[in-house]
Design a protein around this ligand. Structure first.
Ligand code: DQA
Length: 152
């Protein structure tokens, strides 16, 4: 399949999400990141897009991945803890053309107060939290809807 940016979505996971499956299962469940990526890729195939997956534990790495996807159909991003304080990540999201949907597996609003703030939320095209890993599939559907609206 030839690479078509208009039919490619980035699934980006931030710090500590490589440990999904074993990290705090009461909050994040037991599904691994590899399984999540497989599910979202399969949904992408159903919906006619290629899903490119990336995970990084560094802030600069997140920014670089977002820049790389700036002309793609969209980005589904779980920024992890960077959501709560990374202005660099917020600026990257704001700077790109592609719509970004933010996903949090847990209901951050039912947790510690420092998780109630998202500096990225005001600049994303959509926000999903508290739906478990199913939130990534919702995120993909939402970002494709936003991309279609953007084109029309
Ligand atoms: C998280 C919520 C964040 O507060 C936390 O730092 C994470 C995961 C979530 O998916 O629920 O790493 O983004």
């Amino acid at each position: 399949m030839t690479f078509d940016p208009a039919r490619t979505v980035l699934l980006l996971n931030g710090p500590n999400l490589n440990l999904l499956g074993t990290r705090d299962p009461a909050q994040y469940g037991t599904v691994t990141l590899t399984e999540v990526e497989e599910r979202v890729k399969a949904l992408g195939t159903e919906l006619g897009v290629e899903v490119v997956c990336a995970q990084t534990n560094s802030e600069g790495g997140m920014v670089d991945h977002i820049h790389r996807a700036r002309h793609w159909a969209g980005v589904v991003m779980n920024p992890g803890a960077y959501a709560h304080y990374s202005i660099a990540l917020r600026d990257a999201v704001e700077a790109i053309e592609a719509p970004v949907v933010e996903v949090h597996i847990s209901n951050v609003y039912a947790r510690e107060e420092f998780r109630h703030t998202s500096v990225t939320a005001p600049v994303v095209a959509g926000y999903v939290a508290g739906c478990g890993v199913f939130g990534y599939e919702l995120g993909l559907r939402a970002v494709l809807r936003r991309a279609a609206e953007h084109r029309s």
